[in-house]
Design a protein around this ligand. Structure first.
Ligand code: ADP
Ligand code: MG
Ligand code: ZN
Length: 481
């Protein structure tokens, strides 16, 4: 493509509270329609919404994790629209059309990504605002009518808006991944894209060169996976390139992505973009946040992914790639971190986790929490390899048994008699037996055919049931040759 893309994301996530944003109704998925509703979330006249403190705390926590300034006088506004998914006829949010009415709870933050070429890039976070979700219209319940389920009404959401700082669809995916990771590490949201509690809108425009002014953008709504984000951006960029190449202009519009046809489709053009007539909600006070609260939330922040990754690199001597793999998923990362505390060789442990364990996890539905054995058990198995009680090869047998039964490595080794043979005399007997049985090869090996070493080590290991200490085997071969 002869153009450079400019991309900005708007990411919506559901805050992990027990109850809704302005009432005490529980948040529960997969429940009976209209089970969790009350006069407030139905927006009945005469009711007064009161903000959920936990939701505010989570939004502040997210803002701090994304290096934002916190607005200590955030303002609730009404976004007015008519659509039957909202009985009130408006959404309570934190966006205003004039600056005095625009006080989102967080603004001016940033995150860092490491681009494919290893380059570190800073992406600005314009703002984070809180808002309530709408209800759900159900059209497939009956052929004659549409039905309304208000369970989602008033569910607390955050919208995170990035600056148009992203320069490729790959980087856009890295930004979304990093934000998802931070949401998970902080516990601000479950950030599950499949369940729809995290969604992303992608804004993209193209321009002739990196220093040309920004082009006109299209906004692609509701992308629900990393791959759809990337594919939708690519499809839209290609379409804009064709438009510009044919001498036409890109028109600003809102689109959706049709994954089956890999195409972006216009939902509405700028001309019919809505006028939401935002105004401060007269039912709501500003959110007064004091410095003490901000400080205590800052202190409660857990170790964030970038910091953990740096620690894994420096404390354990891991490569940047391995540290990245081990911090990508919070649960896996916590598990490894716990295991490493009991391990004499965390780097070797990291190898086991990134290769053997992760291969198994791919096959498991419920992730690492469903493992039958504990982090300490894998640490202990690595310790046994480290102190030569078992070989790495035996380790695989022990590991398979741990997976299947959840037994600890010491019991498995005792039960199966897998302890490594480190008695020189015992190994020498095996070595001599193997030499005798393969005397022609032995002569060649002695004569300098070094490639045969692998053959002999293999035979000796086989004869010892995999239990001979490989270092001793090699030393004996050298001595006897
Ligand atoms: P709106 O209020 O209409 O949604 P914003 O200015 O808030 O518009 O921008 C929304 C998103 O679009 C942001 O993520 C921003 O980074 C991105 N964006 C703004 N201008 C462009 C552009 N020219 N090309 C690509 N993305 C853009
Ligand atoms: Mg917007
Ligand atoms: Zn309610």
């Amino acid at each position: 493509m002869n153009y450079s893309p400019v991309i900005g994301l708007e990411i919506h996530c559901q805050l992990a509270t027990k109850t809704k944003l302005f009432c005490g109704c529980e948040i529960e998925v997969n429940t009976k329609p209209n089970k969790h509703v009350c006069p407030i979330c139905l927006g009945l006249p005469g009711t007064l919404p009161a903000p959920n403190k936990e939701a505010v705390n989570l939004a502040v926590k997210l803002g701090l994790a994304l290096n934002c300034e916190i607005d200590t006088r955030a303002l609730w506004t009404r976004k007015n629209y008519f659509y039957p998914d909202s009985p009130k006829g408006y959404q309570i949010t934190q966006t205003g059309t004039i600056p005095a009415h625009d006080h989102p709870i967080c603004k001016n933050g940033y995150i860092e990504i490491i681009s494919g070429n290893g380059e570190k890039k800073r992406i600005g976070i314009t703002r984070i605002h809180m808002e309530e979700d709408a209800g759900k219209l159900v059209h497939d319940f009956s052929p004659e009518s549409s039905h309304f389920d208000a369970n989602r009404c008033g569910t607390p959401l955050c919208e995170i808006v990035t600056e148009p700082d992203i320069r490729s669809s790959e980087d856009a995916v890295l930004v979304l991944q990093k934000i998802k990771q931070i949401l998970e590490y902080t516990g601000v949201s479950n950030a599950n894209m499949e369940n729809g509690n995290m969604r992303c809108d992608g804004n993209v425009s193209i321009r002739k060169s990196e220093d040309a002014p920004f082009g006109t953008r299209a906004e692609i709504k509701n992308l629900n996976s990393f791959s759809n984000l990337q594919k939708a951006l690519e499809a839209e960029m290609a379409l804009q390139a064709v438009t510009l190449d044919s001498g036409k202009e890109v028109e600003q519009c809102t689109k959706r992505y049709d994954a089956n046809h890999n195409k972006t489709i216009v939902i509405r053009s700028k001309e019919d973009s809505h006028d939401y007539k935002y105004f401060p909600d007269p039912d709501m006070l500003r959110i007064f946040i004091d410095e003490n609260l901000i400080n205590s939330i800052r202190e409660s922040l857990p170790e964030l992914p970038d910091a953990r990754r740096a620690r894994f690199e420096s404390d354990f001597g891991l490569s940047s790639y391995d540290a990245q793999v081990l911090t990508a998923d919070k649960e896996v990362s916590d598990w490894f971190d716990l295991a490493s505390k009991n391990c004499k060789n965390p780097k070797l442990l990291a190898n086991w986790v990134t290769s053997e364990l992760m291969r198994e996890l791919k096959e498991m539905e419920n992730g690492i929490s469903a493992l039958k054995f504990k982090p300490e058990d894998l640490a202990q198995m690595v310790n046994l390899i480290e102190d030569n009680t078992i070989s790495g090869k035996i380790g695989k047998t022990v590991f398979a048994e741990m997976l299947a039964t959840g037994k600890d490595p010491d019991s498995i080794i005792k039960e199966k008699g897998l302890v490594q043979i480190t008695d020189t005399a015992e190994i020498e007997a095996i070595v001599r037996k193997v030499i005798e049985a393969n005397s022609a090869q032995w002569q060649e090996f002695k004569g300098g055919k070094a490639q045969l070493r692998g053959f002999f080590v293999g035979q000796i290991m086989k004869n010892s049931g995999g239990k001979a200490n490989p270092n001793l085997v090699n030393r004996l071969l050298d001595e006897l040759a």
